[in-house]
Design a binder for this molecule. Structure first.
Ligand SMILES: NC(=O)c1ccc[n+]([C@@H]2O[C@H](COP(=O)([O-])OP(=O)(O)OC[C@H]3O[C@@H](n4cnc5c(N)ncnc54)[C@H](O)[C@@H]3O)[C@@H](O)[C@H]2O)c1
Length: 260
């Protein structure tokens, strides 16, 4: 079965994407910063890991060397690569006037540079494997954010990094379209993952993002709930699959109507 690579796979959305792709029958190479695959402890993924349908490689998306090692690992595997999901990301919450240059560079290194480095290496490999894809069905999906298109005072550097991720993915998509490789983006809104819940210190502060905060230009969530990671994994699985064979260069916002 063909293989899909997921970055940031140890996170809330990344793990849900792995689980969803495994359900569809793909083999998944999960990657994240940790030396060992924390995700294999999740019951839904443990079986697939034991069976070898799910494998793990530590990859730091900000390191050209680490991303080159990923490319070399995939090359040695010699299996057709069906897709890539760029999930790795970090959040930084501060208005731009209070953002240090170090924090600006840190958030852009993961969210923007990381998408560029990983997509470029994976795309080269996919180009070499063109003859394994007679149906032009290969798909790359980058997880950006609704902050890429809707500014919020607290998300200055984060929003800029996600806008870069969106646009670099579109540009890759334009270049790769002629080779039958599709590139799309998914922009989640607030989703119940450690990225969002860790700062809550054990409390449930979901009422805040659902209500919105006009002072920081937050719109709230009309559907009245914070997304579960599975809500984001569904459209990612669709866009990665051959069912989306004529969809490329598109962005799908999955945020309960928060932005439009
Ligand atoms: N949770 C939300 O509300 C939300 C909303 C919009 C967009 N997103 C985006 O969705 C993606 C997944 O986020 P999540 O909510 O699952 O967060 P998460 O914090 O649960 O997961 C992010 C993962 O990225 C990994 N990561 C961080 N830096 C990395 C690096 N240099 N190299 C490789 N991996 C790295 C982390 O180890 C972590 O496992 C991110 O790109 C995030 O910006 C999340």
């Amino acid at each position: 079965m063909s293989l899909i690579v997921v970055t940031g796979a140890g996170g809330g959305i990344g793990a849900a994407v792995c689980a969803r792709l495994l359900e569809d029958g793909y083999s998944v190479l999960a990657t994240d910063l940790a030396p060992e695959p924390a995700l294999a402890k999740a019951p839904s993924l443990a079986t697939a890991y034991a069976e070898g349908r799910l494998s793990y490689l530590p990859v730091d998306v900000t390191s050209e060397q680490s991303v080159a090692a990923l490319e070399e690992y995939l090359r040695q595997l010699g299996r057709p690569l069906q897709g890539l999901v760029n999930c790795a990301g970090i959040v930084h919450t501060a208005p731009l006037l209070e953002t240090s240059y170090a924090d600006w560079k840190r958030v852009n290194a993961v969210n923007a540079d990381g998408v560029f480095l990983v997509t470029r290496e994976v795309a080269w490999l996919m180009l070499e494997q063109a003859d394994t894809d007679p149906t032009n069905s290969r798909g790359i999906v980058t997880v950006s954010s609704n902050a890429a298109t809707t500014p919020r005072t607290e998300f200055g550097a984060y929003g800029a990094s996600k806008a870069a991720a969106l646009q670099v993915s579109r540009s890759f998509g334009l270049q790769l379209a002629a080779h039958g490789i599709r590139v799309n983006t998914v922009c989640p809104g607030t989703t119940r993952t450690p990225m969002v819940t860790d700062p809550w210190d054990g409390q449930d502060l979901s009422a805040q993002p659902i209500a919105g905060n006009p002072a920081s230009y937050r719109l709230g969530i009309p559907l009245g709930r914070i997304a579960d990671p599975q809500d984001i994994a569904e459209p990612i699985a669709f866009l990665t699959s051959p069912a989306a064979r004529h969809i490329t260069l598109q962005n799908l916002t999955v945020d309960g109507g928060a932005t439009f």
